[in-house]
Design a protein around this ligand. Structure first.
Ligand code: HEC
Length: 180
């Protein structure tokens, strides 16, 4: 693993390199901001904007339906986003947004960074709010007209929120301690 100082040194070297050969330029604040899109489980990082499932219908039909099916049931090119309720603890778990995902906030993050699968990063924040609302609505988690924004989305309680076992072990054993 790289040490921070090594990374910093490499970055300085890369800048000097750029100047010497007149290629590239230092990253601007706007460059960094466009890549700084992480949303945490508690809603930190959610952008401004809002959307409802009604607004998300059009986005879903144009950008998602082809792969995920008209009701989110899944298709040849994409997994199911809807259904599977109560299946997680059975021998044949069906993992979907409704049955498995513990947070609606990270659903927003994933959709914004990774979907549509063939053209990720092309949705506006408003479209991501709307299509996230659509997925929640299709799973019966929110109403069709409920406005999802940074505050309300973070307040949505996903059905499988408590379905995970917390792993309290530290990443590495404490100094001199034994691995649990
Ligand atoms: C070209 C086909 C395609 C399109 C279009 C597409 N997806 Fe996907 N989607 C996929 C595939 C394939 C996966 C599985 C990716 C993986 O497991 O790495 C996926 C996974 C997902 C997942 C995660 C499912 C899970 O529970 O693991 C979500 C949520 C999702 N897509 C939402 C969307 C939304 C919303 C749109 C429209 C904005 C969209 N997708 C458009 C193909 C597509």
């Amino acid at each position: 693993m790289w040490k921070r100082s090594a990374v910093a040194a490499a970055m300085v070297a890369a800048c000097a390199f750029g100047q010497k050969f007149a290629v590239g330029r230092p990253a601007t604040d706007a460059d960094l901001k466009s890549r700084d899109i992480s949303v945490l489980w508690d809603g930190r990082g959610l952008p401004a904007g809002s959307g409802t499932a009604v607004q998300g219908k059009d986005v879903y039909e144009r950008r998602c339906q082809k792969c995920h099916g008209n009701q989110g049931q899944g298709g040849e090119e994409g997994p199911a986003l809807v259904g599977g309720k109560g299946s997680i603890t059975t021998a044949k778990p069906v993992k979907t947004v409704g049955s498995y995902w513990p947070y609606s906030t990270t659903l927003f993050d994933y959709t914004r960074r990774a979907m549509p699968f063939n053209r990720p990063g092309t949705l506006t924040d408003g479209e991501v709010y709307a299509v996230t609302a659509r997925m929640l609505f299709l799973n019966g988690i929110i109403g069709e007209n409920e406005v999802m924004d940074a505050k309300s989305l973070a307040a949505v309680k996903m059905p499988n929120r408590e379905g995970f076992i917390k792993d309290s072990r530290p990443d590495t054993p404490a100094k001199g301690g034994k691995k649990k």
